[in-house]
Design a protein around this ligand. Structure first.
Ligand SMILES: C[S@@+](CC[C@H](N)C(=O)[O-])C[C@H]1O[C@@H](n2cnc3c(N)ncnc32)[C@H](O)[C@@H]1O
Length: 483
């Protein structure tokens, strides 16, 4: 190849980079709030999940930056919003997470099933559970006594009333016996969805969708009997009123949820007869089956230069959302001992354990912010240093697997540590650039402050700076240039 040819090739590549960066800037300058657009289509609302992004966000970038059959990755997929949008748009989705509930949820959301067959299985489960509760109670009581190690048992006893435990065990027993593992997963997810909700579902907890769970102070069962806190009911303070819970029937919640999720289920094949549910969505037969596996974003089992687009949102710095804290409420019923879940929790990006942790060298501004927080509180500073080290590894992996000329869209929220802003978006941009990414623009998203749930007992304060920060997110556009 002549020098002139080489020069024109590199000019082309530079022009290509320039055009891609401009496209990214344009997309990131558009409305990223999506306040007026609902997220309750397809299977997006199969199960609650903290800090989901709106489906319109990955949709926008997938539609504009990829073509049919391209490979879209989310290395920290959570509830699988990116994976489902890739699936709906005919892209090949690849997703990883270390959280067992995230895996179950994402897989179920993109698995086409025959809705009639699933509905029949659901009816059979409910029928058999009714028979078991009424006719084989002593068997269920024995089953409860034998089901867990002592630590898991104490956890279950603290957070679930005994009568609810009986029904949940009967349900879990029936679900465990479903031979088809994809149908079983659909019902496991429904089982989990009746526990993990904003109101704590059928557990004794409040707010399993967002924050540290609080146990109800006064609990009234389905029959109207006060089963916890009868001494408090006569002198109700505001806090006690907020922490009073009326338990619902797990079986009725389960039935309701089946109907709800069936509507969002991807159908296995077109039902030639009259559809029996409004809104079933039927993916085209040639959709790509996504690849969804357990995996750590800091070490991805993927080839170099193999991905066309990444859309992801990492956990907050400082473990602001502790996923396992809520997820263990249903995972213990699905066979995970509480100690194993505790061990798993240590692998989450943003965790607090720093002993023996191998820190990365961080760039200048990030080091300053870490040092600033360490001055106030040494331990917090180290925790933040761990977070930025983990994110360095995750961004390095994203850079490695992305094809040149492609983008990684990373959505982050800020954290406040000891009253100081961790400046997550600035630090991640700086870390990304040190790795080789270009950052042509960072967009801002405003969360709907009136819709966002506050922790139990915490009021919405429109003047609070911390709450204001909690209502802003940044959408960082990382670009991997050709050279
Ligand atoms: C903010 S959530 C993702 C939410 C997602 N965008 C959605 O719409 O549902 C962050 C996810 O990162 C996952 N995560 C934490 N540490 C991880 C790691 N080391 N590797 C992979 N995923 C991890 C968490 O389990 C959680 O599901």
């Amino acid at each position: 190849m002549s020098i002139r040819q080489l020069e024109s090739l590199s000019l082309n590549v530079e022009q290509k980079d320039q055009t891609c960066r401009e496209k990214l800037v344009d997309l990131l300058s558009q409305d990223l709030d999506f306040h007026s657009q609902g997220s309750d289509y397809a299977s997006h609302n199969f199960h609650s999940f903290p800090a989901k992004f709106p489906p319109q966000l990955p949709r926008k970038f997938i539609q504009s930056l990829t073509s049919l059959g391209d490979v879209v990755l989310d290395p920290m997929m959570g509830s699988g919003t990116t994976l489902l949008e890739a699936f709906l748009l005919g892209r090949y989705g690849v997703g990883f997470d270390i959280d067992p509930l995230a895996l179950l949820l994402t897989k179920t959301k993109v698995t086409p099933l025959n809705a009639r067959q699933v509905a029949t299985v659901g009816k059979e489960i409910v029928g058999r559970v009714r028979l078991a509760i009424n006719g084989r109670r002593s068997e269920l009581e024995k089953g409860l006594a034998e089901r867990w190690d002592s630590k898991t048992r104490s956890f279950v006893d603290y957070w679930f009333s005994y009568e609810i435990q009986i029904v949940l065990l009967a349900l879990a027993n029936e679900i465990e016996q479903i031979a088809d593992k994809r149908i079983r997963a659909f019902f496991e997810l429904i089982f989990s969805a009746i526990i993990i909700t904003k109101s704590g579902g059928v557990s004794l907890a409040f707010d399993l969708a967002h924050t540290r769970p609080h146990r109800a102070k006064v609990v009234i069962d389905e029959t109207g009997e006060i089963i916890i806190g009868s001494d408090l009911i006569d002198k109700p303070t505001r806090r006690i009123r907020l922490l009073t819970k009326k338990l619902r029937s797990p079986l009725e919640e389960f039935e309701k949820r089946i109907l709800q999720n069936l509507k969002g289920l991807p159908q296995k094949e077109k039902d030639e007869q009259q559809p029996f549910l409004e809104g079933l969505f039927e993916p085209e037969p040639d959709r790509f089956v996504p690849c969804i596996t357990v995996g750590n974003a800091q070490s991805l089992p993927l080839d170099n230069d193999s991905i066309d687009l990444i859309v992801t949102s990492p956990p907050y710095a400082s473990n602001a959302i502790d996923y396992m804290r809520a997820h263990k409420f249903s995972l213990v019923w699905l066979g995970y001992p509480i100690d194993d879940l505790g061990e798993k929790r240590k692998e989450y990006i943003g965790g607090e354990a720093i002993t023996g942790f191998a820190f990365e060298k961080l760039p200048e501004r990030t080091t300053e912010i870490v040092a600033d927080i360490a001055c106030q509180d040494r331990k917090r500073g180290q925790v933040l240093r761990r977070y930025y080290s983990e994110m360095t590894r995750a961004l390095r992996e994203m850079f490695r697997v992305l094809k040149p000329g492609k983008a990684a869209i990373v959505v982050v929220g800020n954290s406040i540590m000891r009253g100081k802003d961790t400046e997550t978006q600035a630090c991640l941009s700086e870390i990304g650039q040190a790795i080789g990414f270009q950052v042509p623009k960072t967009g801002v998203r405003h969360l709907d402050r009136n819709r966002r749930m506050m922790p139990a007992g915490m009021k919405l304060d429109l003047d609070s700076q911390i709450q204001q920060r909690m209502h802003e997110e940044y959408v960082i556009g990382f670009y991997k240039p050709h050279t």
